[in-house]
Ligand binder design. Structure first.
Ligand SMILES: Cc1cc2nc3c(=O)[nH]c(=O)nc-3n(C[C@H](O)[C@H](O)[C@H](O)COP(=O)(O)OP(=O)(O)OC[C@H]3O[C@@H](n4cnc5c(N)ncnc54)[C@H](O)[C@@H]3O)c2cc1C
Length: 415
């Protein structure tokens, strides 16, 4: 048993703590917040093995450039002279080539599958207090162009043994008896699942506290102490804390924490929004992605969450109401009978997806440090990949063989 400090108490930090604690380690989690809000809370809650194509893929640059011309589009990069953004953008462009994307599909598919299985195991261990449902996810479309693309994706999915069902408009409507759906058709990925991410975070936090994990909350990490090839302490605004091993899981802040250790991490924060409507009399039965507009719809009991947009405009940039309005407008176009009012801006949530340039996470050690494990860069898939990441972190800290090959997730793959 060793003492391990996990820096960052988002879903990746908590799942790392979960597996480390289960394996008998003495774990402390440090977070500048209270583990009560943040990126791991208001997201769409999908566990989606269907997302086996990395974000960096052919056509994404052309589509992104087209979207950038519209202020209400689902994707936006704020042009700015920022060397980190330029380096990230160049690597994103390189990674979106067909051969790199194809190379990245296999490891992404493997970690998605592992994580789905481990999330189910976690639900069985902790009890389903986070509304996890295995109903699948619908990819809905209105245009012939998107239909063609989604059907091609469904073929690719079949090649990986991911089950799919291509549905026409009538078949989609039959899955949603309570709400009118105005689409050309859709693809159902029955193997996908969804859950309430905020409830999952609370359940994990309570479970970890009850099992002896120490939490240092409202504690900001300012730097690290090191000696030779080891981290020897974390400097916080409440003093220095030390352990045998350290896990870096600071989400979109990973480049700042990495820099304190002299390690350059390529990562940008991708801002997204969500709105949650309570007391739904007529709710959706299935989560759905409105593919033409990149909007995610998640029924959570009698609540309905809609979310989307990807704004790369620097961490801390202000919320843009017109983008939240575009999400709301899209939901109304796809589900015309939903009788909802645009919410007050103060209730609109936003979070920061930690985006690596190739759409794969960073999981593993850096050659400079024996006792430091990175766990970050999960982008749009932090909930989907958290359980597997937690297990891989525990195995990496212990130096034992990992459940799947982690070479593709190397922290140093862009060096
Ligand atoms: C609109 C939207 C919808 C999404 N939908 C889905 C989905 O359906 N499925 C899915 O799989 N993923 C989804 N995601 C992505 C998912 O939310 C993220 O990938 C995930 O939450 C990232 O988790 P994390 O633990 O890496 O980072 P975070 O949750 O950001 O946690 C990092 C933690 O580190 C702490 N920290 C940072 N710096 C310091 C410091 N210096 N000192 C102390 N603490 C520090 C922060 O306070 C924070 O709590 C969505 C994201 C958005 C924005």
């Amino acid at each position: 048993m060793s003492k391990v400090i996990v820096t960052g108490g988002g879903i990746i930090g908590l799942c790392s703590a979960y597996y480390l604690n289960k394996a008998g380690h003495d774990v402390t989690v440090i977070d500048k917040g209270k583990i009560a809000e943040g990126t791991s809370f208001g997201n769409a809650g999908y566990i989606c093995p269907s997302h086996f194509i990395p974000l960096a893929s052919p056509g994404i640059i052309a589509m992104g450039l087209k979207w950038m011309l519209s202020s209400s589009s689902p994707f936006y990069i704020k042009p700015r002279l920022d060397w980190d953004l330029i380096k990230w953008g160049l690597q994103f462009w390189k990674s979106s080539g067909r051969s790199t994307m194809e190379k990245n599909i296999r490891p992404l598919h493997e970690i998605l599958q592992l994580s789905r299985a481990l999330t189910i195991q976690m639900r069985n261990d902790l009890g389903n207090h986070f509304q996890m449902e295995e109903k699948g996810c619908l990819m809905l479309y209105k245009s012939a162009h998107t239909e063609k693309h989604e059907i091609e994706m469904a073929h690719d999915a079949k090649a990986l043994n991911i089950p799919t069902q291509v549905l026409n408009a009538k078949e989609v409507q039959a899955l949603e008896p309570a709400v009118e759906v105005d689409v050309r058709g859709g693809v159902l990925y029955p193997f996908d699942a969804h859950l309430n991410p905020s409830d999952l975070m609370h359940v994990l936090h309570e479970h970890l506290k009850a099992n002896g994990v120490e939490f240092m909350l409202e504690t900001t990490i300012n730097g690290f102490e090191r000696a030779a090839n080891k981290v020897t302490g974390v400097k916080t605004d409440k003093g220095l804390v030390s352990a045998d091993a350290y896990v870096l899981a600071t989400g979109s802040w990973l480049p700042f924490t990495g820099r304190d250790l002299g390690i350059d991490m390529l990562l940008q924060a991708g801002k997204g929004y969500s709105m949650t409507f309570g007391d739904m009399q007529q709710n959706l039965k299935h989560p759905a992605i409105l593919v033409d507009d990149r909007v995610a719809m998640t029924p959570l009991g009698n609540e309905l969450r809609m979310g989307g947009t990807m704004e790369i405009s620097g961490i801390g940039s202000p919320m843009l109401i017109k983008r939240a309005k575009a999400i709301f407008h899209s939901a109304q176009q796809y589900y015309p009978s939903l009788d909802l009012e645009f919410p007050s801006p103060s209730t609109i949530w936003h979070g920061w997806r930690p985006l690596s340039p190739d759409g794969l996470p960073y999981i593993g050690k850096h050659h400079q440090f024996d006792n430091l494990t990175f766990a970050g860069g999960h982008g749009m898939l932090g909930i989907s990949l958290a359980a597997a990441t937690g297990q891989l972190v525990q195995q990496t800290v212990e130096g034992v063989s990992t459940s799947i090959d982690t070479k593709a997730f190397s922290v140093e793959r862009f060096n």
